[in-house]
Design a protein around this ligand. Structure first.
Ligand SMILES: [Zn+2]
Length: 511
């Protein structure tokens, strides 16, 4: 029996450890103590808790840059069951940043991080009635309680005056000084209202603070059909001028048939030292709100080659008709819908491309019976409607690789969900990400243990909240959050992921 000081908190025995940074892919024992990985060894070790990982992969916990359910218990539970230990809201973002981080502290099972988002900032400026009910988490104000928060569509449709654009720049900068991970800019939702000057400001500020823009690019389609990549160029031009990193989220949903051409262009930029990253979710349909401007027939039909029936109302899973679409846009533009976008072929090719990473775009779920947003930890998985990506993205990617639909080595698939993301963020203004995405001595003990033969997504369009299986153990900062394929109640080991907080912001807070 080992002496007490040789006992680890947790000993993970005989698993196949994949560490993409060092190319380790072999059977090892992993000892965890005080939230850190203390040893990765072929020697025998002992722990207060022993996890038998024989036949399983021991991977870094999955990192997801594109998650709209962070710190929302129900959505967080599904993320953990899918092996995600660090979901972050980087696309839509939050505002105010300080308020968000302060409110969720100590209440999250997974790690969490957010950008300062142009959606929320524009709504603050353009709709004086708006009062956040979710500590600045704007997607939840929109989806959950627009009546209460008075959230509107002004952020999307209104054109800002020069004075308002100055204020926009000031508020975004304040967010970065408060430690936002970067600037979230879903300009694809603001085609009617957001000027390119505002897009330039996003990248100028991201560069000034040595962080990234996280982009839902303009157009979501070819507009006209020869211009599928124009939405990327809108951001890459200011990046070429000012610098900073740039992440194009669900890029295949914007590029469609031009997905591979877009990725080639990103790779050429990277060869020139420009930090561009393309992210993809493993589905050929997205989820959004009925009022999303890119679903307007002028774009969705003429440019994306789709029809009303390719938009599915989540509450009843019925395809829309012209009449129903027009009714929703007029009376209930925030209604949750799914919509077909890129082809399966384009999505799988994009996922196999060596430089892309995986992100879920997990979207708020709704309770089927009431239409209320799904927040509660204890809600039955069968009781909700929503896009399956919030439950199944990472297991699905691993299953697609096993089935060779995405024909890449397992270690690369793991890297696309862990190390490649951690490394990108570390290189772009979030230094603490150097502690994540690795199974190495001294790193944070965020660990996902899965069975490569059995790991599977179960969520479907009809049953969007069914958790993934084949992921029996998940650790966040050394605390077991999934044990024997069940989540553990009442542990909150999640820690914030943040950019540097500037002295000016600290001083303002103290005053
Ligand atoms: Zn998006």
């Amino acid at each position: 029996m080992a002496k007490d000081n040789e006992l680890f908190d947790i000993a993970i025995m005989n698993g196949r450890v994949i560490d993409p940074e060092t190319d380790l892919d072999g059977v090892r024992n992993v000892g965890v103590r005080d939230g850190r990985i203390e040893t990765v060894t072929e020697e025998k070790i002992e722990g207060r808790e022993t996890i038998d990982a024989k036949g399983h992969i021991v991977a870094p916990g999955f990192i997801d840059m594109h998650h709209h359910n962070i710190c929302i218990p129900f959505g967080e539970k599904l993320a953990l069951r899918d092996g995600v230990t660090t979901p972050m809201e980087l696309e839509a973002g939050v505002y105010p940043v300080d308020e968000f981080y302060a409110t969720v502290e100590g209440k999250c099972r997974a790690n969490y991080g957010a950008t300062v988002g142009t959606l929320a900032v524009r709504e603050h400026i353009l709709n004086p009635e708006y009062r956040t009910k979710f500590a600045g988490f704007f997607i939840w104000d929109l989806m959950a309680d627009p009546k209460d928060s008075k959230a509107s569509m002004h952020w999307s449709t209104d054109i800002a005056t020069p004075e308002q654009i100055n204020e926009y720049e000031r508020l975004l900068e304040e967010g970065l000084q408060q430690g936002a991970v970067g600037v979230g800019h879903a300009v694809g939702y603001m085609v009617a209202g957001c000027s390119q000057q505002e897009s330039i400001i996003v990248q100028k500020l991201a560069a000034k603070y040595e962080r990234s823009g996280f982009i839902h690019a303009r157009f979501s389609g070819q507009m006209p059909p020869t211009s599928g990549l124009l939405g990327f160029l809108e951001m890459m031009a200011p990046q070429a001028v000012y610098g900073g990193g740039l992440v194009f989220q669900h890029m295949s949903a914007q590029a469609l048939k031009d997905t591979m051409a877009g990725l080639e262009f990103f790779d050429a930029a990277r060869e020139n030292g420009i930090q561009v990253l393309g992210e993809i979710y493993p589905y050929n349909y997205g989820a959004s709100i009925a009022g999303a401007d890119y679903l307007h027939p002028d774009n969705y039909q003429r440019n994306m080659g789709r029809d009303y029936k390719d938009i599915i109302e989540i509450a009843n899973l019925k395809p829309l008709t012209k009449e129903r679409y027009e009714e929703l846009v007029k009376t209930a533009p925030f209604t949750s819908i799914m919509f077909y976008n890129a082809t399966e072929d384009d999505v799988y090719k994009g996922l196999a491309h060596p430089t892309t990473v995986v992100g879920s775009d997990a979207f708020p779920y709704t309770i089927a019976e009431t239409g209320e947003p799904a927040e509660d930890w204890n809600l039955p998985f069968e009781a909700v409607n929503g896009h399956p990506r919030g439950a199944g993205t990472h297991a699905r990617m691993l299953a697609l690789v096993r089935e060779k639909k995405v024909d890449i080595p397992l270690s690369l698939a793991v890297s696309k969900m862990t190390y490649m993301i951690a490394r990108y963020l570390e290189d772009n203004g979030v230094p603490e990400m150097a502690q994540k995405g690795r199974i190495q001595e001294g790193k944070d003990a965020d660990i996902t243990i899965f069975d490569p033969k059995a790991v599977q997504d179960n969520a479907t369009m009809k049953n969007g909240g069914l958790p993934s299986t084949g992921i029996p153990y998940v650790l966040v900062n050394g605390t077991v959050v999934v044990r024997d394929s069940e989540t553990v109640d009442d542990v909150f080991p999640g820690k914030p992921v943040r950019g540097p907080i500037h002295l000016a912001a600290r001083a303002a807070k103290a005053a």
